[in-house]
Every structure is written in C-alpha cells, then in structure tokens.
Write a new protein. Structure first.
Length: 236
C-alpha cells in the first residue's frame, strides 16, 4: 500500500495556551490534521492527472483518507490496494506491474477513451474463429508473440481490389462475399492485433511522499490555528 501518516507534535503549542484553549487542543488538532490530509488527497489526485495521460477515474479515486480522531491524532492518506500495486513503481522505481503474464501492446484493436483495452476485449478476441494466440516469424526473421487475425480471403480473392483504399476494397469484397464478417481481416495477410512483451522500466515518478510532506509543512499551522479558534469560540 502507498500511504503517508500525518501526525504532529502540538506540545509546544499547548504550553502557550490557557486552560480553555488546552482543553480544546485534541479536537482542534484532529480537525486540522484531517483538513491537511484532505489537501494532500486532492494534491495527489492532481499529481496523478498531471503525471499520466488520461488516467482512469478508478486510478484517480483510489487515493483515500483514514481520518484522525481526538484519541488518535493520525490521519492516513493512502492508495487503495489494487491501484497501489501498479502505481508503486512510479514512486519507488522498477518495472511496470503487469495485469497479465505479459505486457499488452495493442496494435489494431479499438481502445477506450483512456487508451486502454476495454474489459473483456482479450476474451472476445480469443473466442473469434479467425483469431489465434501465438508466435509468428515475420519476413525479417523476427519472432513476434501476440494475438493475430487470419486473412479472410486467400488465393485469387486475396488480390481482389489490390491498390484501392481499405474502405473501397472492403465494399468490393463484400459484394463478392455478402456473408463476410464486419471486422474481417481483408489485408490478404496476417494482422497483429495485440503484441505481447516484457515489463518495461518505469520512466516517470509521482513523488508521492515529497508532495505530501510539502503540503503538511506549508498548511498545518494555519489549519491548526483556524481549528483552534473555532473550537474555543464554540466551547461551552
């Protein structure tokens, strides 16, 4: 789990206050800590948005706060476990955490608005008759592992419409083969849909801890003063 405890030592402040103010310190301290913890949470969410290109709402909203209380003046700003697993390398370094056994590099499949494979896409592809998972040796001699789509047409029909635009070629082919699937591969050769690769080194840093410490240092005293004044003014 990625997290940071926000805890302060208010003993020096307590010594400068009268009895009424000292009585309100535990409550005011918890309120101030929680206010700063919320500022940290919002700053970390913005940090995620600034660091990644179109992060998902799931990732952004994974930053949460466990609030402090009068008896336990500690707030914890943390990232929920699932997101923490793949965000941790962006704090500590290392390689990407993979959701599968290999890094998925989409080539010829539709992605969602966040540039990711929609949920269920891999299962759907694997269940398609003209799609297979495996290693293919390219013309250059390179072995490429991934998800491939076989060409719909072979032999003489593979040359039908050669040199035309993809849209016009498909229209011509559908005229010859009215039952041709909508997403058929009409290129005349194997099409790489998703390439498999190894986990790559992370080249960005979130600076989670550094950002959180900066916000606590800059804002805690002001938040404590505000919370204490409010507590004293409402004390009975």
């Amino acid at each position: 789990m990625i997290g940071m405890n926000i805890k302060v030592d208010s003993k020096a402040i307590e010594r400068e206050l009268d009895a009424l103010a000292r009585k309100q310190i535990p409550f005011a301290r918890a309120q101030a800590i929680n206010a700063v913890a919320e500022q940290v949470r919002q700053a970390e969410q913005k940090n995620i948005k600034d660091t990644f290109r179109q992060p998902t709402p799931f990732t952004i909203n994974s930053v949460a706060v466990k609030k402090a209380t009068k008896s336990n003046p500690v707030a914890i700003v943390y990232v929920k476990p699932i997101a923490a697993k793949y965000l941790l390398p962006y704090e500590t370094g290392g390689t990407h955490q993979l959701a599968s056994r290999a890094l998925l590099n989409p080539k010829n499949v539709r992605l969602n608005r966040y540039g990711q494979l929609p949920r269920g896409t891999l299962a759907k592809l694997k269940s398609t008759p003209d799609v297979f998972v495996g290693a293919v040796k390219t013309k250059s001699g390179q072995i490429v592992n991934g998800i491939w789509q076989r060409p719909f047409l072979r032999g003489r029909d593979a040359q039908l419409g050669a040199g035309m635009s993809v849209r016009r070629r498909n229209k011509l082919l559908r005229g010859a083969h009215p039952n041709m699937p909508k997403n058929a591969n009409t290129t005349g050769h194997l099409k790489l849909l998703v390439r498999f690769g190894d986990a790559l080194p992370v080249n960005k840093r979130l600076g989670w801890g550094r950002l959180a410490k900066t916000i606590v240092r800059q804002h805690f005293n002001a938040e404590l003063s505000k919370a204490l004044q409010k507590a004293i003014s409402t004390a009975k």
